[in-house]
Design a binder for this molecule. Structure first.
Ligand code: NI
Length: 172
């Protein structure tokens, strides 16, 4: 298991459209483990493979992690098959968009289909934070960041802030 560095915007690799996983084999299981370790190291609750530079449709989420009791869930090739008309607003952040949080509106409930870490087909109806997190991570698989949902003005401000932080990082 390896903690891998997480890409940050505006890295163009974050805009990649991730590819479907053909078989959940040892390579994918290792990827899932690496993603979980990288997510915990960065203190995140969700991570898409593309955020560690692997453009495959794999997501890891753990919403009830506690010290010594971690329960990462893998969602492979996830697809939204239904979304509620009812919307919910949540202040989102992202490990690839450091230090920026903003309100994003998304369907409050979704039903999705995916393969679990054993390659078994699953259907899940989610609401609350899980629904938000799944939609946020599925956006990553299509090269979309949460700041892409903001108004142009707010997005420009976020991009400027990110560019400035990167410059400071490069110097320091
Ligand atoms: Ni994110």
């Amino acid at each position: 298991m390896t903690v891998r560095p997480i890409l940050t915007a505006p890295d163009p690799r974050l805009q990649a459209i991730s590819m479907d996983v053909e078989t959940v084999d040892a390579e994918i299981r290792t990827l899932v483990e690496d993603m979980a370790q990288s997510m915990y190291a960065a203190e995140g609750i969700g991570l898409a493979a593309v955020q560690i530079g692997v453009a495959k449709r794999v997501i890891v989420i753990d919403l009830d992690q506690k010290e010594g009791k971690k329960n990462p869930r893998a969602f492979i090739n996830p697809k939204i098959v239904w979304a509620s008309d009812e919307m919910a607003v949540f202040e989102e952040g992202c490990l690839s968009v450091p230090e920026i949080w903003d309100d994003v509106e998304r369907p409050a409930r979704i039903r999705c289909e995916y393969l679990d870490g054993d390659g078994k087909k699953q259907t899940l109806e989610a609401d609350g934070l899980l629904a938000i997190c799944l939609q946020h991570e599925m956006d990553h698989l299509n090269g979309v960041l949460f700041i892409d949902h903001l108004s142009r003005l707010k997005k420009n401000m976020a991009v400027k802030k990110l560019a400035k932080a990167k410059k400071l990082q490069a110097v320091g």
